[in-house]
Design a protein around this ligand. Structure first.
Ligand code: ADP
Ligand code: MG
Length: 364
């Protein structure tokens, strides 16, 4: 089921009338979620991810704009009639019910033509439980399960009605690191097996990048960029997106364009033909550095960390906005750890230039 958001906006009135200042939680959102894909809705806390998800689910009513499932306008449709499955960060299971009863619960309320017999409900519940691999735990209570297992029950409960759209709001945030990794792979597997169009909300860029067909990056209620994870990483439209994706994060330096060259503190590092002279921000991915004794860009060497396959070099430069510059190079390179300085070449496709006022990308 394709999902289309059209000029979707949500404004919350101020809680404190005197202080004024309404909150524009989601600002003129337009994008299309293709049928059968998993979309990662990504941005820092408070940027409007949950609000967007709740509008798709019908739990919150948009201030303006429209939502379509396929060709149907569902903007005014009640949540229970949208055919969605919802999973929250805090599993929200009924503690007094068994796993089986929890999963079957959404089916008990079906009415009219959809009404199911007890046997049909059980069959469906077991199908959903098998999909998330908890069919052995059906008679336990939630308190007798680990966090990861509880979240699987919540996912099974969301799947049992065979939703047209699956909506997940930070579903892994309460799990420890190892379970988080395992469960996100599970979610991806289930999504591929069922082909259900899925929106996965997270503030964790690595999580979103690893499982999404497409990511949607948000900032303060405004959509910044949509694309395949690798494409957005390789080609960010502005400094915010460049900084939000990647670990270690992108290195940002103050620099200038002068006579068609990109300069950092007097050192010309690359050509930028046709770009007018101006001050800029320069972003360089950690993997964008190459050791080169003859290069003009010199940094003070602080530390060299060998991490098996890679070497991480920590250095400083007075133009750097981050406290240190972190570069990652292949461990085959020999680094003189006793040296005071280190010199770098920059790989052209790993360097981005941004307007200093607007922080928009300058293309060349
Ligand atoms: P996220 O899920 O990305 O952390 P939210 O969608 O929860 O962000 O919130 C977006 C913005 O809207 C925040 O500034 C938040 O304080 C505000 N907000 C969310 N829900 C309400 C509400 N019910 N009333 C007023 N403001 C709200
Ligand atoms: Mg949220």
């Amino acid at each position: 089921m394709k999902v289309v958001l059209q000029n979707l906006t949500k404004i919350f009135p101020s809680r404190d009338k005197k202080a004024g200042g309404e909150v524009v939680a989601v600002n003129d959102f337009t994008f299309e979620i293709p049928d059968g894909k998993l979309i990662g809705l990504l941005g820092p806390s408070g940027c409007g991810k949950s609000t967007t998800l709740y509008m798709i689910s019908g739990l919150q009513k948009p201030t303006s704009g429209k939502i379509f499932f396929g060709d149907d306008d569902v903007t005014e449709l009640a949540t229970e009639n949208r055919g969605i499955g919802l999973v929250f960060q805090n599993y929200a299971l009924y503690p007094h019910m068994t796993v089986k009863q929890n999963i079957m619960f959404p089916l008990e309320n079906l009415k009219g033509a959809d009404k199911m017999s007890k046997d049909q409900m059980l069959e469906r519940a077991y199908e959903a439980a098998k999909l998330v691999q908890i069919d052995e735990l059906m008679d336990r209570k939630p308190s007798e399960l680990s966090g990861g297992q509880q979240q699987r029950v919540a996912i099974a409960r969301a799947l049992v009605k065979m939703p047209r759209v699956l909506l997940l709001d930070e579903p892994l945030s309460n799990l420890d690191a190892r379970l988080r990794l395992q469960t996100r792979e599970e979610i991806r597997r289930i999504q591929k097996e069922t082909g259900i169009t899925t929106v996965f909300v997270t503030h964790d860029q690595e999580e979103a990048m690893s499982i999404s067909d497409m990511i949607v990056v948000m900032k303060l209620g405004v959509l910044q960029q949509i694309g395949k994870p690798q494409d957005v990483y390789d080609d960010p439209v502005n400094l915010f997106v460049a900084k939000f994706l990647g670990t270690p994060p992108i290195n940002v330096l103050e620099g200038e364009i002068k006579g068609g060259k990109i300069c950092i503190g007097g050192a010309a590092v690359l050509d930028a033909p046709g770009v007018a002279d101006q001050e800029v921000f320069i972003g360089i991915r950690p993997e964008g550095f190459e050791l080169d004794e003859n290069s003009a860009l010199e940094c003070k060497l602080s530390n060299v960390e060998v991490m098996g396959r890679d070497v991480s070099i920590v250095s400083t430069h007075e133009n750097s906005l981050n406290p240190v510059i972190r570069s990652i190079i292949d461990a085959d390179n020999k680094v003189d750890v006793t040296a005071q300085t280190v010199r770098y070449n920059i790989k052209p496709h790993k360097l981005f230039v941004f307007n200093k006022e607007t922080e928009e990308r300058i293309y060349f």
